[in-house]
Design a protein around this ligand. Structure first.
Ligand code: PLP
Length: 421
């Protein structure tokens, strides 16, 4: 069985011809068992501590119970454990209770929501009314795109955008262009000129698997040159990139020109939820026309913590500075081991391995060395592009990073994963 399953991925169980849902779930369970027995089950591990650079895992399959240095948390500035942010969450709950009780349109729109919208508009240097808050980063993309783009429109997307974008563009025409390839984007824009009502180009500021940035200035210029609208999802750039942490848009000096910005509260802002920033008329349109906003309960009062987290990006810039010291140290440590970290220029650091089985083995050995990472495989990346993906935090210490570098050195000797020179 193991041989059979070693070349499978979760994607293979999305749909299986002739199998009803119970047969499919049974086949899927066999795959889960295979992963568990092989020591490759790095997914959905039970954490018994808080989110941070060190976490405690429960025993599971071959994984021992205990403390691990963790690189799986996108809490880039370490704000999930910031005392003031915790205090703001508790103050929100103390004042307003634990839930909003309804969707924003029918009784669930509270002053803490409005305060957060205002804070977001100001953070992105836009007029009041430029922000809408969703209950996940995922729906910030999927719900807003589903609402805005219909069949006579077109979404022109970089191949590496997040799954939430793909979900949002199912009801419209879609063209994909090679990752960060400006010529390919321009060719599509020329071909579709005058054929669609709204031509929306959709990119990430920082890409979630390679950690590289989109060349936003050039993308913006070419998009506007051919009458397109640009949407940038900067889930991984905010708090990390740009002089004041306003993301890839700040880095490329295009913050005011990007037509639509989407983002999340689950990374730098250390909570759950997301937002869209756009022209106030478009935001009002989303408030009343976007189904997930209209028919789903509003964010809970704990989201008051996000308003404080936004302030702290400006008030405590040393977290971003410390994060970058860690990124520079870790990147140079990995490259001096001869490992392939691709084109990352953010807090997301991949170690590219290529082969799926070797990648699984590397993830397992890292856990044995006390290092918790995410082995990423198809379909999240292409078949031959498996990698170990890590997120750095400002609160990682040099000892954490050295422990991981020593583990990679050991694994490289065992698996020979370095680039051949
Ligand atoms: C680029 C990007 N956009 C959107 C999301 C969805 O955000 P959330 O997990 O907060 O729903 C993610 C999540 O990892 C992401 O990487």
């Amino acid at each position: 069985m193991a041989n059979n399953l070693s070349h499978k991925s979760f994607k293979d169980f999305e749909d299986i011809p002739e199998m009803d849902i119970f047969q499919r779930a049974k086949a899927h369970e066999e795959y889960l068992d295979y992963l568990k027995v092989s020591g490759y089950m790095n997914y959905r591990l039970l954490v018994t501590s808080g989110c941070g650079p060190e976490v405690t895992l429960e025993e599971f399959g071959t994984i021992r119970k205990g403390s691990y240095v963790s690189f799986v948390c996108n809490d880039y500035l370490g704000f999930t454990q910031h005392p003031e942010i915790k205090k703001a969450a508790m103050a929100g709950i103390e004042k307003y209770g634990t839930g909003a009780g309804a969707s924003p349109l029918i009784g669930g729109y509270f002053e803490y929501h409005q305060a957060l919208e205002d804070k977001l508009s100001a953070f992105f240097k836009r007029p009041k009314g430029s922000a809408i808050v969703y209950t996940t980063g995922y729906t910030s993309n999927s719900a807003s795109l589903q609402c805005l783009l219909k069949k006579d429109d077109i979404a022109i997307v970089d191949m590496a955008v997040h799954a939430s974008v793909y979900e949002g563009i199912q009801g419209t025409t879609v063209k994909r262009f090679l990752h960060n390839n400006l010529e390919a984007l321009e060719r599509i824009l020329i071909n579709v000129r005058d054929k669609y009502r709204t031509k929306m180009v959709i990119v990430d500021g920082v890409y979630s698997q390679d950690g590289d940035m989109a060349p936003l200035k050039n993308i913006l210029d070419v998009t506007h040159q051919y009458g397109g609208v640009l949407l940038v999802d900067d889930a991984h750039g905010i708090g990390v990139i740009g002089e004041t942490g306003r993301g890839a848009m700040e880095y490329f000096k295009v913050m005011n020109q990007v037509d639509i910005i989407t983002g999340t509260f689950s990374k730098t802002f250390s909570n759950v939820g997301g937002y869209v920033i756009a022209d106030p008329q478009l935001i009002a349109y989303l408030q009343f026309q976007s189904r997930q906003y209209a028919f789903s309960a509003a964010a809970t009062p704990a989201i008051s913590a996000v308003s404080r987290a936004i302030d702290l990006v400006d008030e405590e810039p040393f977290w971003q500075k410390k994060l970058w010291e860690n990124i520079d140290y870790y990147r140079s440590g990995l490259t001096s081991l001869g490992l392939d970290i691709g084109t990352t220029s953010s807090a997301i650091i991949p170690v590219k391995i290529g082969d799926i089985e070797k990648n699984c083995e590397a993830g397992k050995l890292l856990l044995e060395c006390g290092i918790y990472t995410n082995p990423i495989m198809y379909p999240a990346v292409s078949l031959k592009d498996a990698r170990i993906r890590m997120s750095l935090m400002a609160t990682h210490t040099k000892e954490h990073l050295d422990k991981a570098l020593n583990a990679f050195d050991y694994i490289n000797k065992k698996l020979n994963i370095a680039l051949s020179i």
